[in-house]
Design a protein around this ligand. Structure first.
Ligand SMILES: Cc1cc2nc3c(=O)[nH]c(=O)nc-3n(C[C@H](O)[C@H](O)[C@H](O)COP(=O)(O)OP(=O)(O)OC[C@H]3O[C@@H](n4cnc5c(N)ncnc54)[C@H](O)[C@@H]3O)c2cc1C
Length: 389
């Protein structure tokens, strides 16, 4: 236990969440990995247990807990070896719901946040588009105001929970000429006429449904605008800090899981008359990896602490994602190597881990984009400010 950040209550929560995952989730993972469909009952169970409401206000059914409960939620989800299941859960509770909580008005929160906390409605966040994901401001989807409605046209891609979710949080241009100042955020029900989704086949994260989504003259009430018109870009950028830290925390947690599993394997596997954890070449590599993971973890905890206290940690969160996802990829690659041929077999966890981990340096801001952000802050002394309320 890292007592600087985690209390006894945190650790009790960790233990009970671990038990819940082992009992209610792990028995179904292989099936969901094969079908790419997470059955509805587990969403409801997460809701009943309060797991979707950890950080959300009590008035909407949440528990209003500090950020380290979220850290535990993310870490333990990484340790059941289904990046796809974990992604489905955190994309709902921390991508879609973050916008609903931050920008939704009372009516939106009543209609979407409370049912999201309870596990009755699942959300997705639609930002990336087929012709550009990194260049968020360059998006082409439009929302044109007509009387008391907005009409949405365009498409999104690579959307986590994009097929089976009940509602969509969508970024669209309300004033295409104003570039990043002309973007707004909307919420809409899946059943709204004109929305269609196509499921994508992918390398990893196989339990989660990832979709390309088309919007063909989709009419939504004007009151489904979230926050102020034209403020979509700063809203997105502001929440990116949290999303990037989430992906950093996921990185250190899955690397730690890979290391623990591999150390145990190495303590049992015999070659040349001794267990392979006695070979100096492998021991030194383990020492390097354990050091890197520990450093990431400590850094991520400290950034989480600052974010939880309200600091705008955009530089640190970008650094967290950049390095933690890279280290996770390296650790998992190396751990697979230490399992020899077994590492390559689906019966052992490293095969799936190496596929799932590969998304880390791509999703939610690629490593190249993160380097751009960090370079602007470190070299050009650029300061990013949170969106004004
Ligand atoms: C499984 C999965 C789930 C996802 N879930 C979601 C989701 O729920 N919601 C959502 O909105 N998006 C989601 N995404 C999209 C993801 O965020 C984007 O894929 C990512 O931001 C990169 O965008 P792109 O794929 O369009 O790549 P591009 O922007 O086309 O980039 C291609 C390459 O060019 C590089 N590049 C681009 N610009 C620069 C530059 N200025 N300098 C240097 N290099 C550059 C990139 O780093 C990359 O290597 C998901 C993606 C995947 C694969």
């Amino acid at each position: 236990m890292n007592s600087r950040y985690f209390t006894e209550e945190h650790e009790l929560f960790r233990k009970s969440f671990q038990e819940f995952l082992q009992k209610e989730v792990v028995p179904h993972i292989e099936k969901w990995e094969k079908t790419g469909t997470i059955e509805r009952f587990i969403w409801k169970k997460f809701g009943e247990m309060g797991y979707f409401g950890l950080k959300y206000p009590e008035q909407y059914g949440g528990l209003g807990l500090d950020i380290f409960y979220t850290v535990i939620f993310l870490e333990e989800l990484q340790k059941i070896n289904s990046g796809g299941f974990a992604a489905a859960m955190w994309a709902h509770s921390y991508l879609a719901m973050t916008h609903v909580n931050a920008e939704g008005d009372e009516e939106i929160k009543k209609n979407y946040l409370t049912p999201s906390v309870e596990g009755d409605k699942i959300g997705c966040l639609c930002i990336s588009e087929p012709f550009g994901g990194s260049d968020v401001a360059g998006m082409k989807t439009t929302a044109v105001k007509k009387g008391d409605k907005y009409v949405i046209n365009g498409s999104k891609t690579f959307i986590t929970n994009g097929v089976y979710s009940d509602y969509l949080v969508v970024a669209a241009k309300t004033n295409p000429k104003a570039h990043n100042k002309g973007m707004s955020i909307f919420i809409m029900d899946r059943e709204t006429p004109g929305i269609s989704a196509t499921k994508l086949d992918k390398l990893g994260w196989r339990a989660s449904d990832t979709a390309e989504i088309a919007f063909d003259n989709v009419e939504i009430p004007a009151k489904n605008l979230m926050g102020e018109e034209g403020k979509g870009f700063p809203y997105i950028m502001q929440h990116f800090a949290f999303e990037r830290l989430i992906m950093g925390i996921n990185g250190h947690a899955r690397a730690e899981f890979a290391l623990d599993y591999t150390l145990n394997y190495m303590s049992e596997r015999v070659a040349f008359g001794k267990t392979i954890d006695k070979f100096q070449a492998l021991r030194h590599s383990i020492a390097d990896m354990a050091s890197e993971v520990e450093m990431c973890k400590e850094f991520n905890y400290s950034v989480a602490d600052r974010l939880g206290k309200g600091e705008y940690v955009v530089k640190e969160a970008s650094m967290s994602k950049l390095l933690s996802t890279k280290i996770a990829d390296n650790v998992i690659y190396q751990c697979l190597q230490f399992l020899g041929g077994y590492g390559y077999m689906e019966d052992y966890p490293l095969a799936r881990m190496s596929r799932d981990s590969r998304l880390g340096p791509i999703g939610g801001g690629t490593s190249e984009i993160l380097r751009e952000v960090i370079a602007k802050m470190v070299i050009d002394k650029k300061e990013y400010k949170p969106a004004a309320k």
